[in-house]
Write a new protein. Structure first.
Length: 393
């Protein structure tokens, strides 16, 4: 198959969407398929001779200088795509390049697939003056885009049910992004001690992700204050970067835990594995994830997870088996973490179950699932396509 992938972000920009595209593209190529990427131009890629990548002229956004918005030049993209002879198009955004991809698919009369990566309405705090009406409008916009596609993919069954509740009437199949467990497992267990001076005997609570409002990290720091009162050997490590770091540092100082909250900044993927292997428990307060790829990475490192019970975590974390799902406030979140710290035997059982769960979500297995989905779609059997939308996560 020749597969056209349209995304509003790609390397060198780093995000969960980009990682998902890279992972599936790599595995599909190993299965013998050709992937052609359509993505924004970045200053770092301007003079590079990239194979099978079509770059659109773009400009950076004022709210995030690392993020570039592509000019939706659909005619150029259509000419390039028709020359290639694409079999189908898979878009990863309902916005600029997603709409270009949809237009090209319609023009070439080939199937259109869309992955619903993001709870778009939950990110409206980045838009000035956005309120409840804006959120409803965003839900309607995303729903209408889904209904233009031949098939929609969601990272979990929870998100599939949610968007079907919004009124998506096209087939929806849940296919999580897979991971490479061996990459995480090869991390250096002394990484945090060597690079951030955290003694090995400390109990490390780890978060990995964007330091943004949507990640609910003020909740985590308040919960950590309660943990630190009962366990003086705990350290909270936040791996990532984002606009909320300054406010969160101030909050940690106001709560008297600033010396035990470590902000590492953004780390390269190869060193993030060391952070996972240096930690004891993975903590995840976000309520906006469609999958939470870092949850699976943490489990691949053998970390039990304590997460807020919402969307991605509901599908990825098996409550009472690979970790705990928290439905309460900071006190409940803190108590679940403390119960694991008090019981090494329980923590070890969760750890072994987490490793097994991560193996089930390996990149090669998820790519085979996506490949079979493409084949059914290209065969055009409407009964089989409908069946895809009825399968569990």
């Amino acid at each position: 198959m020749k597969i056209g992938v349209f995304s509003d972000s790609y390397r060198p920009y780093v995000s969960g969407v980009v990682l998902s595209i890279e992972t599936f593209s790599r595995e599909l190529a190993l299965l013998g398929h050709e992937i052609f990427l359509f993505a924004p131009q970045y200053p770092q890629t301007k003079d590079k001779n990239e194979i099978n990548i079509f770059r659109f002229p773009s400009f950076h956004t004022p709210f995030n200088p690392e993020f570039y918005i592509a000019l939706p030049l659909s005619r150029m993209a259509e000419q390039y795509a028709s020359k290639i002879g694409l079999d189908l198009i898979h878009v990863h955004s309902p916005f600029m390049l997603g709409r270009v991809g949809a237009k090209v698919a319609h023009s070439l009369d080939i199937p259109l697939v869309f992955t619903y990566h993001t709870l778009y309405d939950q990110y409206m705090h980045y838009a000035p003056f956005a309120g409840g009406l804006a959120k409803k409008g965003m839900i309607k916009y995303a729903r209408d885009f889904c209904n233009r596609c031949d098939l929609v993919i969601t990272p979990t069954g929870v998100i599939r049910e949610m968007i079907q509740g919004y009124g998506v009437n096209k087939p929806v199949r849940a296919i999580p992004t897979g991971i490479y467990p061996e990459r995480v497992q090869s991390g250096d267990p002394s990484f945090l001690e060597k690079n951030f001076g955290i003694p090995r005997q400390k109990k490390v609570l780890l978060f990995v992700g964007r330091i943004g409002k949507e990640k609910n990290l003020s909740f985590l720091i308040r919960a950590f204050q309660q943990i630190s009162r009962q366990n003086q050997d705990t350290v909270l490590v936040l791996v990532g970067s984002g606009p909320e770091e300054g406010d969160l540092r101030h909050l940690a100082a106001a709560l008297g835990v600033e010396e035990r909250v470590v902000f590492t900044g953004k780390l390269p993927p190869e060193t993030v594995a060391g952070a996972y292997k240096s930690a004891d428990i993975f903590v995840f307060p976000s309520v906006t994830e469609t999958q939470g790829l870092v949850l699976v990475e943490a489990m691949a490192a053998g970390l039990p997870v304590v997460a807020k019970a919402a969307f991605g975590s509901l599908a990825m974390v098996q409550d009472g088996i690979t970790g705990y799902l928290c439905r309460g406030e900071e006190e409940d979140f803190a108590e679940k973490i403390l119960s694991l710290l008090r019981s090494p035997g329980l923590k070890n059982r969760f750890s072994q179950a987490a490793l097994k769960r991560a193996e089930e979500l390996s990149a090669d297995k998820m790519a085979l699932r996506l490949e079979s989905t493409y084949k059914v779609l290209l065969a055009g059997n409407q009964d089989l396509i409908r069946q895809l939308g009825e399968e569990g996560a």
